[in-house]
Design a protein around this ligand. Structure first.
Ligand code: NAP
Length: 311
């Protein structure tokens, strides 16, 4: 079996930056792209806070550029998802449904997936029937319609603002009386004529029409529990993310929310030498494209040093 020098799981900002550094160190890294090539940034419309792009850059374009840059120095890509692993030996074994990978070093940059609510109607109408977690992907289907965005963070604000290009009205439903999002985003949202904030309400159920498509959402007032309904054709869920770490449960240390834990004094070193983490699967504090890229860089440098010490 081929033993890779550097195996990178995930092709978002963290994975692609790790690949760039590992490739430039002549380590010929292999990236396993996973189910969402390019990561979360590919579902973002305009990225305004990635240094070097004073006019902003489309999220998909930014990841494509990172990918090209990593490829230029010899990164290889495969499409596969790791389901379990054995990281004990000098050659770490990682298993997908169909294949076993072996590697001297592993960089886990598996990112995070959108959190769902678990309320009636959500699962039944998810994907194509009116419930979604991606305005960039699905927003254009809601031209001239009323939609609801759930959440109060930067993601919810971003989704709401993007949807104003298509929807006639965007209800932003939040369980508090103020937004958690950054000031600039919150201000944009609150002064937008198409966005209607609905404070102190939590979603109870997503309502289907006779054809099984979304026709509304039922909300409860958080203090009085009084129920209300908003008629809408689309529900965009933007209530945060869950780290993609399930394949490593029991092998690597995770915090109670599933984020990878690292060794004291390092953002990227796990308790197993040669195994590193980077990006949103390990960072519940900053969760930015630029910080994910920075962690990817650190992880690749650590992998290079580890391989150097092995000789
Ligand atoms: P977030 O900041 O964790 O916000 C999640 C929001 O969803 C919160 O307002 C939370 O309410 C609400 N929520 C969570 N569970 C809920 C539930 N069961 N029912 C109803 N509401 C629920 O997540 P995010 O917006 O995805 O942002 C994640 C990180 O990425 C942040 O650090 C953010 O700054 C960053 N980000 C940055 C940008 C940008 O800079 N352009 C864009 C997107 C994301 P509470 O407030 O009550 O907890």
């Amino acid at each position: 079996m081929i033993v890779e020098k550097v195996l990178i799981l995930g092709s978002g900002c963290a994975g692609l930056t790790a690949a760039l550094y590992a490739a430039r160190a002549n380590l010929s890294p292999l990236i396993l792209e996973g189910s969402m090539p390019g990561g979360q940034l590919t579902t973002t419309s305009e990225v305004e806070n990635y240094p070097g792009f004073p006019e902003g850059v489309d999220g998909f374009e930014l990841t494509q550029r990172m990918r090209k840059q990593a490829e230029r120095f010899g990164t290889r890509f495969e499409n596969d998802d790791i389901t379990h692993c054995d990281l004990t030996g000098p050659a770490k074994q990682l298993f997908s449904k169909t294949k076993t990978y072996s590697a001297q070093t592993v960089i886990i940059a598996t990112g995070a997936s959108p959190r769902l609510l678990g309320i009636p109607g959500e699962k039944e109408m998810y994907g194509g029937k009116g419930v979604t977690t991606c305005a960039t992907c699905d927003g254009a289907f809601y031209r001239g319609m009323d939609v609801v965005v759930l959440g109060g963070g930067d993601s919810a604000c971003e989704e709401a603002l993007f949807l104003t290009h298509f929807a006639s009205k965007v209800y932003l439903v939040h369980r508090r009386d103020s937004l958690r999002a950054s000031k600039i985003m919150a201000e944009r949202v609150l002064k937008h004529p198409k966005i209607v904030p609905v404070w102190n309400h939590t979603p109870i159920a997503i309502l289907p029409d006779a054809a099984g498509l979304v026709c509304g959402i039922k909300l409860a007032d958080v203090s009085t529990q009084a129920l209300t309904e908003i008629a809408c054709k689309g529900v965009f869920i933007a209530i945060g993310h869950i780290p993609n770490s399930a394949a490593f449960k029991g092998t690597l240390a995770l915090d109670p929310n599933g984020y990878f834990l690292t060794e004291a004094g390092s953002q990227v070193k796990t308790s197993i030498p040669g195994v590193y983490v980077a990006g949103d699967c390990a960072d519940h504090i900053y969760r930015q494209a630029i910080t994910a890229a920075g962690m990817g860089c650190q992880a690749a440098i650590e992998a290079e040093r580890y391989l150097g010490e092995l000789g």
